[in-house]
Design a protein around this ligand. Structure first.
Ligand code: SF4
Length: 431
C-alpha cells in the first residue's frame, strides 16, 4: 500500500483506495495501474472537490466515451442540456463535457457537476463570453476562469496550449482549406494575432501547471490545429502542434499533473493508424482522447457512423477515449434523440476498439455467449447480451413471435444445420 501511495502521489492526489476500486472495475492489478498513472500512461480525472464514480483512461483500460452537451447562443435551454447529459449517461457515456456558451454558464455547470460522472469543460469559451470577443481575452481573465472551474469541481479541462506562434507560422506556411476548425483553437489564434502576443497557456505553462496541481485537475491538451477536412490532414500545422504537445506532456508529468492528449480530427482512414501511433510516441504514451477521426466529409447526417469507423480503427492502434459525435454534427445543436443515438454508436465503436486492443487469443466472454445464443436461436438471451437489446427486440418483434427470424423464415440456415446435426446425433445413438 505504501508503494502504491508513493506511485499514485507522483502524478496526482488520487488515493490508493480510488485506484484500487477503478483498477478492479478494469480487471487490472492495482499496483500495475498505479505504476501506469505515475508513468502518465493512465489518468483518473477526479477533482477532490466533488464526489462521483471516477473512471480510468489509458493503457490496458476499456475504451471510454465522452459526450459533449451544452447551450449555444442561438439555442439556450439549460434544462434540455441536463436531460441530454442524463440520457448520455444512461446510454453508456463515461464522461460529460459541458461546452455551454449561452445563458448563465455558472448555473449550468453547477447542475452538470451534480451528476455522478466525470466532467470536463473548455474554460476559454467562458473567458470569451465574459470578455465579449476572443481578442479581449487576456491572460488574467483566462487563468481566473481556469481557477474557478478547478475550484468548482471540474475533473478535466481542455486547454489549447499547443496553439502557439510556431503552430500559427506552420498554418501560414502551409495553408489549409478549412483553416482552424477547433473553436478553442480559433479563439486562441484570434487572441494571438489581434493582440500580437504568444498564447498565455503556452507562455505561462508552468503557472498553469501550478493551478492544476493545486486542485488535482487533469489537463486535456487540446488539438486546436486538428484538420477540418480530409485535404488538410497532411498539412504542417497539426504535426507542429503534436510536437509541442509532446513537450508539454513531459512537463506536466514532471510537475505531477495528470494529462491526456487530444487528436486528430478529419483524415482518411488509412492515415488514422500512423497518426495515433505518432501522437502516442511523441507524448510518452499519454492517454489519447479522440475528436473524430472523421474519415469522410461526404456524410453529414451520418457523421456518428463515420466517426465510429474512424474511432474503432484508432482504438485498434492505441487510442483510449472517444468523443461522441451525433447525427447533427456539422449541421445543428443536437437534440436529445441525437445524443442518445450518437452515444450508442460511440459505445459500440468503443467496444469494437476494446476487442481490437486485446491480446492475441483473448476471447470476450460476452461475444462468446452471444455466439452461443445465436446458435441456439435463444432470442431472450440475445437481447440480454446485446449492447442495446431494446432496439434488437423491437426489430425482431416486428413480424411476430417466430423461433427463427423473418429474414429467411423456414429456410433459416441455423435451424437447418441444427436439425441436420440433431438428426445425425439421434441416428448415431440408435446404432
Ligand atoms: S432466419 Fe436467417 S437471418 Fe434469421 S436467424 Fe435464421 S439464418 Fe439468421
Amino acid at each position: 500500500m505504501v508503494l502504491m501511495d508513493l506511485l499514485v502521489r507522483r502524478c496526482s492526489r488520487t488515493t490508493p483506495r480510488i485506484v484500487s476500486v477503478v483498477a478492479q472495475s478494469e480487471g487490472i492489478e492495482p499496483e500495475r495501474m498505479a505504476r501506469a498513472i505515475a508513468a502518465g500512461r493512465i489518468v483518473i480525472p477526479k477533482n477532490p472537490n466533488r464526489k462521483h464514480v471516477p473512471c480510468a483512461i489509458g493503457e490496458g483500460c476499456h475504451v471510454k466515451v465522452n459526450v459533449n452537451i451544452g447551450t449555444s447562443g442561438p439555442h439556450c435551454d439549460p434544462a434540455l442540456e441536463i436531460r441530454k447529459a442524463k440520457a448520455a449517461i444512461s446510454n453508456g457515456a463515461d464522461a460529460i463535457m459541458d461546452l455551454s456558451t449561452g445563458g448563465n454558464l455558472l448555473s449550468i455547470r453547477k447542475k452538470i457537476l451534480t451528476l455522478d460522472t466525470t466532467v470536463g469543460t473548455v474554460p476559454v469559451y467562458e473567458a470569451v463570453r465574459r470578455a465579449g470577443n476572443a481578442a479581449d481575452v487576456d491572460a488574467d481573465l483566462l487563468f481566473r476562469v481556469i481557477r474557478e472551474h478547478c475550484r468548482q469541481g471540474v475533473d478535466f479541462l481542455t486547454l489549447h496550449c499547443g496553439v502557439n506562434r510556431q503552430a500559427l507560422a506552420a498554418l501560414r506556411a502551409d495553408p489549409r482549406v478549412m483553416g482552424v476548425v477547433s473553436r478553442g483553437g480559433a479563439f486562441h489564434c484570434a487572441m494571438m494575432v489581434q493582440r500580437d502576443e504568444e498564447n498565455p497557456l503556452f507562455a505561462e505553462f508552468e503557472y498553469l501547471l501550478e493551478i492544476l496541481a493545486e486542485y488535482d485537475v487533469t489537463i486535456s491538451l487540446g488539438d486546436g490545429m486538428r484538420p477540418g477536412c480530409l485535404q488538410d490532414a497532411e498539412k504542417l500545422a497539426k504535426s507542429v502542434e503534436y510536437v509541442t504537445l509532446g513537450t508539454l506532456a513531459q512537463k506536466a508529468l514532471a510537475a505531477g499533473v495528470q494529462r491526456m492528449i487530444e487528436g486528430p480530427g478529419h483524415m482518411p482512414l488509412n492515415q488514422v493508424g500512423y497518426n495515433v501511433r505518432m501522437i502516442k510516441e511523441i507524448t510518452g504514451n499519454a492517454p489519447l482522447y479522440l475528436l473524430g477521426p472523421i474519415v469522410t466529409d461526404l456524410a453529414p447526417g451520418y457523421d456518428h457512423v463515420v466517426t465510429a469507423i474512424g474511432g474503432a480503427t484508432a482504438c485498434m492502434h492505441g487510442a483510449d477515449f472517444l468523443c461522441m459525435v451525433s447525427p447533427s454534427e456539422h449541421l445543428a445543436l443536437p437534440l436529445e434523440k441525437d445524443i442518445v443515438e450518437g452515444t450508442r454508436i460511440a459505445r459500440i465503436a468503443a467496444h469494437i476498439g476494446d476487442t481490437a486492443r486485446r491480446p492475441e487469443g483473448y476471447r470476450d466472454k460476452r461475444e462468446v455467449a452471444m455466439a452461443n445464443a445465436r446458435k441456439d436461436l435463444d432470442w431472450k438471451e440475445q437481447f440480454r447480451l446485446a449492447l442495446y437489446g431494446d432496439v434488437a427486440q423491437e426489430i425482431h418483434a416486428r413480424d411476430g413471435e417466430l423461433d427463427t427470424c423473418s429474414m429467411c423464415g423456414d429456410l433459416c440456415a441455423i435451424k437447418v444445420v441444427k436439425e441436420i446435426f440433431e438428426e445425425k446425433g439421434r441416428k448415431k445413438k440408435k446404432k
